[in-house]
Design a protein around this ligand. Sequence first.
Ligand code: GLP
Length: 241
Amino acid sequence: MIKPKIFQWIEVSSYEQMSGIAATIFIDQLLAKPDSVLGLATGGSPLGFYKELVRHHQAGEFSFARATTFNLDEYVGKGPGDATSYHEFMYRNLFRHIDLAENRRHVPNGLAPDLAKECERYERLIAESGGIDLQLLGIGVNGHIGFNEPGTPFDSRTHVVELEEATRSSNARFFDRKEDIPEKAITMGVETIMDARKIVLLAFGDNKMEAVRRLENCTVTEEFPASILRKHPHVRVIYGR
Ligand code: GLP
């Protein structure tokens, strides 16, 4: 049987609408398959989405108890207890509000003494869990997905990256001082992301529209990492300004 290819553009008129639609997609996934493996993202784009998920969860509409989650990335040198780590972002915005056991939620360990081993461990965990059913993505202004900056090979798996200046500047709003912004991160690779069975990409605001337009019209090139999504069998892009 040939699998139909889905590349759906969902235009929204508000950030709240984007968050609500994304939450519905994830809730439907968990209702259909309570032991789903979910890929999660951080940043400004998914904040409203997490709020919605928590609200529906607390209303008793669905449970995370049998789910497993994997986050896309984490800064090198950061981990639990550090307010600017992605571990803390996830704890604050989602994990502490839901019924997902600690051993079922995964974020790369930016404090691991051997980062290469940590990348291998993370890949192994994803594979052992059966692979990601539904992956949430944001998009960087330079087209990065996760922290896969332009030029990252499409066949990359979880790896350590040097962050681009553009990325460090966009993320400066989360730090008190510029020198606190990490220079490196661990991220799922492009191929790790492409292995997810379904993908939802969120992009909201004027500063993201150029990347969205480029995604719409692009040829597939490593210079614009998100372009690879054009080859994925099931993508929904929820976007607006
Ligand atoms: C960050 C994250 C990405 C995220 C992107 C957009 O640096 N590593 O996973 O999707 O950049 O972030 P935001 O949603 O805050 O614009």
